[in-house]
Every structure is written in C-alpha cells, then in structure tokens.
Design a protein. Structure first.
Length: 174
C-alpha cells in the first residue's frame, strides 16, 4: 500500500483524551470525528481532507483504551506516522485498520502542510519537498492481514472464527 497525503504535525505524548475526549465516546460513530483534538486544536477536524496524514512525536496514543484509532480512520486520515506509538494504541490501530508506523526521525522530517509519500509495507517515508527519506518498522504479516481485511472483526469473520455480527458499536436508541 502506497499513500500520498498532506501532513498535519502533532508533538509528543498525545493522549487518547486529546484525540477522542471521553464525553464524545457515547456519541454515534458518525459524530465522533468532528470532535477530534477539540481541546488542543479546535476546528482541526473540519480542516482534514480524506487522505491526509498525521505525523507525531514520541508516545502517541498514550492513555486509556478507547476507539481513538477508529475515529482517526473515520475522519479520513490515510495513516499515522510517529516517532513512537503507545503499545495499546498501536494494537487499536491494527484492530480498527488504521495504518500506523513507528518511524524514528519522522517528526523532524516534515513541516505541517508538507506532502508525505509512504510505502506502508516497506515502512519507508519520503518528504518530496526536501528529498528526506526515513525508515520505520514494518508491520508483521499477521497485522497486515488484519489491515487488508478492514479490521480485526472483519478478519475473524472472513476466517470463519466468528459468525458475522451485524452489530453496531453505536449505543441503542432510547
């Protein structure tokens, strides 16, 4: 998978409460993306275009386990590139089929608004403006299979490990 997109830059230690504030979690899935980063970058979600790429510093996604990776994907981000990813958040990226790579040096390679070229399978990232090239850590084959299936639930259904759920993560109507 190759991705080209406009870059949005974020710093170190971005926690899941900044990505997806807890009061937003009970909202319907379709409403959640518009609230991303509302505390530290109000209005940011409205500026994101499908295919954009988020570039972050160290320890991206620290904090509680919530569907922040799903909301990033649903907002239209094509991938996440970070100096390092919180382990629990990385697993959520796999489960929700959000391409996310740890790429040492990526944060200093881009300025907001740059374009990033990402060869996801090889974990190679290039800034065409500067010609800079950085190498990340590729996903293992098992995780790539989940990504290609569209997420963990989709992979389990395709493997026949679970019956098609037909469920919705949205809360039931009152």
């Amino acid at each position: 998978m190759k991705v080209v997109g406009r870059v949005w830059c974020f710093g170190d230690d971005i926690n899941t409460d900044l990505i997806l504030p807890i009061p937003v979690v009970p909202l319907p899935l379709s409403e959640r993306p518009q609230h991303m980063f509302r505390a530290n970058r109000p209005g940011w979600a409205a500026q994101v275009q499908p295919g954009d790429i988020l570039v972050a510093g160290r320890n991206y996604g620290m904090g509680s386990n919530r569907p922040a990776a799903q909301v990033m994907r649903d907002l239209g981000l094509s991938c996440l590139l970070a100096e390092s990813l919180n382990g629990l958040f990385f697993r959520s990226c796999v489960n929700y089929a959000l391409p996310a790579l740890e790429v040492p040096g990526v944060h200093s390679t881009f300025e907001e608004g740059d374009t990033a070229e990402v060869d996801f399978e090889r974990a190679v990232v290039r800034n065409p403006r500067t010609g800079a090239l950085v190498q990340g850590s590729p996903w293992p084959a098992m995780a790539l299979r989940i990504l290609e299936a569209g997420g963990l639930i989709e992979q389990l259904e395709a493997d026949g490990a679970i019956q098609p759920q037909g469920w919705s993560p949205d809360p039931p109507s009152a």
